[in-house]
Design a protein around this ligand. Sequence first.
Ligand SMILES: Nc1ncnc2c1ncn2[C@@H]1O[C@H](COP(=O)(O)OP(=O)(O)OP(=O)(O)O)[C@@H](O)[C@H]1O
Length: 238
Amino acid sequence: MTQSVAPLALEARGLAKSFQNGPTSVNVVRDLDISVRVGAFTLIKGPSGCGKSTLLAMLAGLTQPDSGVVTARDTSLWSLPTKARDAFRLAHMGFIFQGSILLPSLRAREQIAFVLREMGMPRHKADTMARSSLRDVGLGDRMEMLPAALSGGEKQRVAVACALAKRPSVIFADEPTSALDSENGQLVASRLRDLARQSGAAVVCVTHDDRLTPFADSILRMEDGRIIGTQTREIAPI
Ligand SMILES: Nc1ncnc2c1ncn2[C@@H]1O[C@H](COP(=O)(O)OP(=O)(O)OP(=O)(O)O)[C@@H](O)[C@H]1O
């Protein structure tokens, strides 16, 4: 693997986070720097409890760091007031988190259209995008189903379709393939990689799943709250 030259989509410097565990304070992320490139599919791997999800939540504007700076699209995320940070996330970021929550009363198609409408997309376009994204993740025949009628893996793919439909600058994914069988795991991995390539999104994915490794442009190894190794390859069009 050689060093990529694509511009940065997301950068963090000096990130730190500790949690109080009874009388002791546990340093979960320690003075961590990270750079994520436009169009790159970046995996963060490491043992359970090393701080991967905490790092992702800080990069995504969801968990406030104790110190450090996160910059996305030239915006210092944690300098924004809460409402402005929420609006920035809605406009520019997509999320695929473990156990992503779907609204119980909305059909699969409506879940996605709802988010797109919140972003200001006209109704007809939102519906078209929702249908197309569901077909992209192999759920063309599940569009009219309520969450209660979907399997865990299908719900996970609705969350993936929703993130894809937004066409965000950055997608954060936490174990996006955990509930998926081999075929659908491959499908989701390739869709995320395609999104990075075709629309220049930066995909940042925390995972234990080795099936994702062949799709990655960059693999960051994390241990004990720090990045201890990085493998990067040049980003070539697919
Ligand atoms: N809100 C919280 N309060 C207290 N401790 C927390 C909190 N969130 C995370 N931790 C602790 O921080 C450490 C890192 O958690 P984190 O979820 O970031 O790890 P991880 O690398 O993503 O683990 P896994 O691979 O098992 O999901 C763990 O010891 C966890 O218990």
